[in-house]
Ligand binder design. Structure first.
Ligand SMILES: [Zn+2]
Length: 52
């Protein structure tokens, strides 16, 4: 399973955020980061990498 995490705070609360001319960006619900870059992480069934 692959998840997206915030490059700023590491939160998994990343949601698509539609820009106008800039295409798809992402918004972090935890720290308010908005940008085109997210960190994709592979997680395993035991949930490592999701929370700590
Ligand atoms: Zn964040």
């Amino acid at each position: 399973m692959r998840i997206r995490t915030c490059p700023n705070c590491g939160s998994t609360d990343i949601r698509p955020y539609m820009g106008f001319e800039t295409g798809v960006q992402y918004r972090c619900g935890t720290c308010g980061y908005v940008g085109p870059i997210v960190v994709e992480r592979d997680i395993t069934l035991d949930g490592r990498g999701v929370k700590r």
